[in-house]
Design a protein around this ligand. Sequence first.
Ligand code: FAD
Length: 701
Amino acid sequence: MPCEVAARFLILYGSQRGQAQSIAEEICEQAAEYGLTADISCLSNQDKYNVDSEIRPVVFVVSTTGEGDPPDTAQKFVRKIKNKSLPHDHLSHLRYALLALGDTNYADFCNGGKTIDSLLQRLGAKHFYATGHADDGTGLEVVVDPWIEGLWDALKKTFSGMSASNQTGAARSDCTQDNNHKNESGQEKNKSDLEVDLHLLKLSEVHSQNEKNVTSDSSEAETPSTTLVASLKQSVLPLSESVLKVPALPPSYLEVVLEQASTEGETVPSGKDGYHEVYISKAVQLTQDDAVKSSILLEIDISEQDVAYQPGDSFDILCPNRASEVEELLLRLDLQMQRNFAVQVSLLKNSSKKAAKVPLYIPQNSSLQFILTWGLEIRSIPKKAFVRALADFTRSSSEKRRLLELCSKEGSADYNSFIRDANVCVLDLLQAFPSCLPPLSLLFEHLPKLQPRAYSAASSSLQHPEKVHFVFNVVEFPSCPEHPARTGLCTGWLVDHVSSILQPLGTVPASECLGTSALPKVHVRPRPSSTFHLPSDPSVPVVMVGPGTGVAPFIGFLQQREKEHETNQEATFGETWLFFGCRHKDKDFLFREELERFVHNGTLSHLIVCFSRDEPDAAGTVNRPTYVQHNLLLHAKNVASILLKDKGSLYVCGDAKNMAKDVNDTLLEIIGKELQLDKLDAMKIVAGLREEKRYLQDIWS
Ligand code: FAD
C-alpha cells in the first residue's frame, strides 16, 4: 500500500535562554534524514499539543534555571502534570524520551528536566529511550550529540513496537521507513548504510568544491601536514583526511530587508521588560592598581523609580555589544554603508523550518547598528549548526572544509578546543575564514538574544535609602591564537561607562561633585531571589561564605543587621560568621573597613579571612589556610554545631566553578566527621539542609 506520511513524533521544549530550543530544533531538522517527521512546540504553547491524548512518541528537551527550577516556559506544564488529583495511570499511553540540560557547577544539576521526568513517570508515562543529562559546565554537546544519535534507533524501535501493536502512527512509520531505506533499485538499506551515504555525499560535496576552487585557491599551497599543528584554521591528520559526518544544513527561515528609511524603536528595552533607567551615582575602585583583578563598586540611584529590594536579591543590568566589535562586524559583512538602514525581518516563504518565528528580540524598523548593538549576543559561541551554515557561504574550498570539520562528528575535539573552550565568537570565525561572507539573515537566525548580566545587591536599603550598590570584577580574557585580548562584555562596558566618575577608595562620591546630568545612566531590572535572604528570625545563627565579589550580598545582610541592632536593641541576634578570602591583604581585601566596623560593633561575630597569595608572615604559620574551605575546616566544630544543633543557615556566594564545589565537599567532610557518617549519609544530611533552605547558594561562573 502506498504510504505518504512519514513516522511522526513530537518534540516539546522548555527553554530559558534558547539552548533547549535550539537543540530541539536541531532534532527536528535531523528527523527528515532518518525518514521521520517531527512536530515541535514550546511547552508554553499548550494549545498546540496535548500529552493527555498524545499517541506519537514525545521527545522533551528541558533546561534548568534559577535554583534548579524548570524554565519559566515550562511552569504551566509542570503545574498541570503536578496536579495531585490526576490518576497514577493518567499518562500510561505516553512514550517519551527526555533530554535534560543543566550545569554541574550548580546544585540540583538538571533538576528542571528531572522534575518533569519524575512527574511524567508518576503518571505512568514510559521512557522509550534513557534520559540524557547534559552538562553545560563541561560542554552540552558531550552528552547531547551521542544522545541525539541514539535517539533515531530508539524512535525506530518504538515505531516498530507500535506497529506490532497495530497502532496507526506505527503503520505509517513502518512504510515510511521502508520508503526511506530503499535505494533507487528498491533494495533495503539499514541506517548505517544511510550514514555511509551521507558521509560520502558530504565528502564528495567538499571534494568537488575543492576541485572547482583549485585555481582560485592556488595561493593556499598546502604545507605537509606532518609539520602542522592543529588550530582554528587548520586541521591535522587524521581529521584533515577523514570522511566527515556533518550535521544537516539548518533550513534558512528569515528574510531580512534593509531600507533607507527613518528608524523607530531605537530605545534600549525599557518599561515593558521591567527595566528602569537610573543614574550611576558613584563608582569606586575597591582594589589597588596592582591587584590581579580590578573590583569596582557601583551605586545606582533608584529614588525616582518604584523599585524595592532586599539584601540577597540581584539586579539585571543591560549592556550593549562593544561598539568596535559591531563596527568590525559591519565591515566584515560589507554593510557599513547600511548601518542606519531600517531593518525589516519576516519569515521566508516556503521555509522547511518547523515552527519558524521572527525572533521577538529583533525589533522591526530599528537600524542595523541598533540591532547589532542591543539585540543580539554577537559574542556568543557559534553552535555547530551555525558553523555548518557558515560553511555554505565560504568561497575558499580549504576554509569550507575546515568549517565542515569543525562542525562534524569527527572534528568534535577540535570544535571543543578551538571554538567552545577558546570562547570564539562569530566575528572571530569571520576573521579566521576571510572568504566566508554570510547574509545578514543567517546571523539573525543563529545569534541568540543579548542577555542582561546579573549582579547581587551589595547594600541594604535601611542603610542606603534609594540606592543600590553592586560590586564586580572586571573580567579579562587574554589574547590567544583564536582571538585578541578582550574584557567581559558587561564588566568591560561598565568600567568604560563609569570612567568619568571612577574614584579611588576614600574620595568624595561623584554625585556630590557633579550634577546628575554628568552622571552615566544604566538600565536595571530587579531579579528577586525567592530564598537567598536572612532568616526572618534574627536569633537564628548564620554562616556566610563569600570570597572575592562573593561577599556582595553579605555586605547587604550585615548592613541590614547593623541597622536592626541599632533600632531594636532588645532583640536577640544569633551569631554571624563570615568566611572571606582574597589574594592579598593589602591589594584586594574588599570592604575591609566596613567589615572591621561590623566586627567592632558586634554585627559580625566572627570575620575569618584568608589570603591565597600572600607570603606567610614572620610567624610563618605552617599549613596556613589558603582558601575559604580551609578556614571552614579549621572551624568545623562551630560550623557543624550552628547547622546541626542550632538550626542555623549556611550561605555561599561567588564562583561556581571551583569555590562552591570545594565548599560543598568541605561541608560533607565536616558533617561526616562530626556525626561519624560515611560520605553517602553525609550527603543525605546536606541534601536535607538544602531542602530546608538552610544551605543556600548564590553562585555564578
Ligand atoms: P562575559 O562576556 O559574559 O563573559 C563571562 C564568561 O564567558 C566567562 O566567565 C567565560 O566563561 C566566558 N568567556 C567569554 N569570553 C571569553 C573569552 N574570550 N575567554 C574565556 N572565557 C570567556 N558577578 C560579579 O562580579 N558580582 C556579582 O555580584 C554578581 N552577581 C551575580 C548574581 C547572579 C544571580 C548571577 C547569575 C551572576 C552574578 N554575577 C556577578 C556574574 C555576572 O552576571 C557576569 O556573569 C560577570 O560579571 C561577567 O559578565 P561579563 O559580561 O563581563 O562577561
